[in-house]
Design a protein around this ligand. Structure first.
Ligand code: NAD
Length: 270
């Protein structure tokens, strides 16, 4: 046991077996956190738990557990149990999210429910399991929004779910202010992850032109913002919606990405 193990901060990251969540988990581990990742994708867990060789030098730890966040009781119980065993629960970061393509004319109830069950309900019950522990230690919550919350003609269901996530976070921030738990949202611009894999080079180039600094995000860009929100420097920041890689008005200002690259509207947009 290392001498700093007695004060090691702990974090639970849902959807942390790939993309932004995995970057968050690795960044926190590199700064000494004990991280538990919950994810439904066993292949992604197997790939991530192998990890790059430099991970072995990280002062913290990342462990993985298969949990589908649609199972509300289980996700709440697993977060509660995990944080009970942590020396200093510090962060609940809900990254689990999906964006299946949607046809407004044919979307059915099951198609609607799965997106809200993962993106909104899954986030809430993970937070519910974490709140008592975070209030005891002055920890925080970070949820993942999207610029689609401002309106997404290509995927109104995803846009609605992410608007709900932002409303949820701001409401929880207000509700938790007396407990000392901070609740914030990070809104990633286009980020190179599984969710954006398969995007055409033209669309990627168009997304980069709209990105801050003329590029798309890497998952580590988003993880840096999440780590900052979770850290001491943001000790009085709660209810914030922090855009990373996309200025808040950009989607409205430039119009749909599909039309910018001459694609049909069913292609990807973040
Ligand atoms: N990539 C982008 O450009 C972008 C833009 C805006 C917002 N986001 C949001 O960022 C978050 C992370 O997405 P990402 O880009 O890293 O995508 P990703 O697909 O790489 O990661 C999402 C993770 O969530 C997991 N997941 C999906 N359904 C789950 C479930 N039911 N239970 C548990 N885990 C589940 C997946 O297995 C995956 O590991 C999501 O909430 C997404 O909506 C991403």
């Amino acid at each position: 046991m290392r001498s700093d193990d007695s004060v090691r901060p702990g974090a639970v990251v849902t959807g942390g077996a790939s993309g932004i969540g995995l970057a968050v988990a690795r960044r926190l581990a590199a700064t000494g956190h004990e991280v538990l990742v919950l994810d439904a994708d066993t292949d992604a867990i197997a790939a991530a738990s192998g990890g790059p060789p430099e991970d072995s030098a990280a002062p913290g730890t990342v462990s993985f557990r298969e949990v589908d966040v649609r199972d509300s009781r289980r996700v709440r119980a697993v977060v509660d149990e995990a944080m009970s065993g942590m020396t200093r629960p510090h962060l609940l970061c809900a990254c689990a999210g999906i964006k299946p393509p949607v046809d407004i004319a044919t979307l059915d109830e099951a198609g609607w429910d799965v997106v809200f069950d993962v993106n909104v309900r899954g986030a809430f019950f993970a937070v519910q399991g974490a709140l008592p522990h975070l209030s005891a230690t002055g920890g925080s919550v970070v949820l993942l929004g999207s610029a689609s919350a401002h309106g997404d003609h290509e995927n109104p269901l995803y846009g609605a779910s992410k608007a709900a996530v932002i409303g949820l976070a701001r409401s929880l921030a207000a509700a938790a202010v007396d407990t000392g738990v901070r609740v914030n949202v990070v809104v990633p611009g286009f980020t190179r992850t599984g969710m954006t894999r398969g995007m055409s080079p033209e669309r990627l180039a168009a997304a980069a032109r709209r990105g801050v600094g003329g590029r798309v995000n890497e998952p580590e860009d988003v993880a840096a913002a999440i780590a900052w929100l979770a850290g001491e420097e943001a000790a009085t920041v709660s209810g914030a919606v922090l855009h990373v890689g996309t200025a808040a008005g950009i989607p409205a200002r430039f119009g749909p990405l599909a039309s910018a690259v001459g694609e049909s509207p069913d292609a990807y947009s973040a």
